[in-house]
Design a protein around this ligand. Structure first.
Ligand code: AFP
Length: 327
């Protein structure tokens, strides 16, 4: 069995990136242990404050954020860190040549109900090594990512990662205290019959998204001519992991619940890393009409609509949106 560090040595020549990935993987072991202990580790419930997004922080949001910050600020290659849980980027080692962004605990609403949660990370180059970092240094489009991945803490803890040469999946074996390669060159089928969306927002969507959902619900008797199935983990990492395992499409589209917000998911540390993984696995990732990886960011916490997964299904959603724009 191939361990994570050996796999990275073989497929990624960037030793600094490899070190950062292994650092995050080590923190993942600690988060896994805390989750395995659950109620007995005092990690459940609210932390009693809000993050920059104005969301109530769970205790584990804060714990996971601090664990990653402590580990990455000690990594010589890391010049700075941006987190969903912190307003501004945190300087690390000025001589470092990498920037790391993460959602430390994705799917917080699942923590107290013992359902899957995860950690999402993205690694960008730091172009001004030797100078103190600013938020602006992080504003690079998703194609600039040197690596991206997630840890999913489910019945098993697993890591999916890409350094630009395809996607590899590792399982954490607690008996060996190691991440062992389960599958590399992960590929997603171009077609699917499985979609993931929070249907309770239907009345807030734009017409093309409502049309898409009407069609998949109509199934065989409708224009699609086939029946579909639905899944919704309420943790993006869980839905993306399922798509990497068996295909599918995941959508968190624009909704007019709060028209000032472009979407719920954040571009820099959720959509971009997941989009890189999905594209590296032969899928597609858009904001319904444009490739996510080409979106030029203007804020480290900006939000974006997301449609990603099996490329033909993503293309079909895009076609519905473009047709509506042509009318
Ligand atoms: P939380 O981390 O606040 O639970 O949000 C998770 C998430 O950003 C993403 O991981 C899920 O796919 C999505 O939100 C779930 O959103 P809904 O709760 O609106 O279904």
């Amino acid at each position: 069995m191939t361990i994570l560090a050996d796999y990275l040595k073989q497929y990624s020549s960037n030793t600094a990136v490899n070190d950062v990935i292994c650092t995050i993987a080590e923190v993942g072991k600690t988060i896994n242990k805390l989750l395995q202990r659950g109620a007995f580790a005092d990690i459940l419930g609210e932390a009693g404050n809000q993050n920059v997004q104005g969301e109530d922080q769970k205790k584990l949001d804060v714990i996971a954020n601090n664990l990653l910050l402590d580990a990455l600020t000690q990594c010589t290659h890391c010049a700075g860190v941006a987190s969903e849980e912190l307003d501004d980027a945190t300087p690390a080692n000025q001589s470092g040549n990498l920037l790391v962004l993460f959602d430390p605990l994705d799917g917080s609403s699942n923590i107290d109900i013992n359902m899957a949660v995860g950690t999402i990370f993205s690694i960008l180059p730091y172009q001004r090594s030797g100078s103190p970092i600013t938020n602006t240094d992080f504003l690079q489009n998703g194609e600039k990512q040197l690596a991206a991945g997630y840890l999913v803490y489910g019945p098993a803890t697993m890591m999916a990662v890409t350094t630009g040469n395809g996607v590899a999946m590792f399982g954490y074996d607690p008996d060996k205290d190691a991440y062992l390669l389960i599958k590399d060159h992960v590929q997603i089928d171009a077609d699917t019959k499985e979609y993931a969306i929070n249907g309770s927002n239907y009345r807030h969507w734009q017409q093309p998204m409502q049309q898409y959902i009407d069609e998949v619900i109509a199934g065989k008797s409708g224009t699609r001519g086939k029946d579909f199935n639905t899944r919704w983990v309420a943790a993006m990492v869980g839905d993306v992991h399922r798509i990497l395992c068996r295909g599918g499409v995941f959508m968190y589209p624009f909704d007019n619940k709060d028209p000032k917000k472009a979407g719920k998911l954040r571009l820099m540390y959720e959509a971009n890393p997941m989009a890189l993984l999905i594209e590296q696995a032969g899928g597609a990732a858009t904001d319904a009409t444009h490739r996510i990886l080409t979106i030029e960011p203007n804020d480290i916490h900006q939000r974006v609509p997301v449609v990603l997964g099996s490329k033909n299904e993503v293309a079909y959603v895009q076609q519905l949106h473009e047709s509506a724009l042509k009318i």
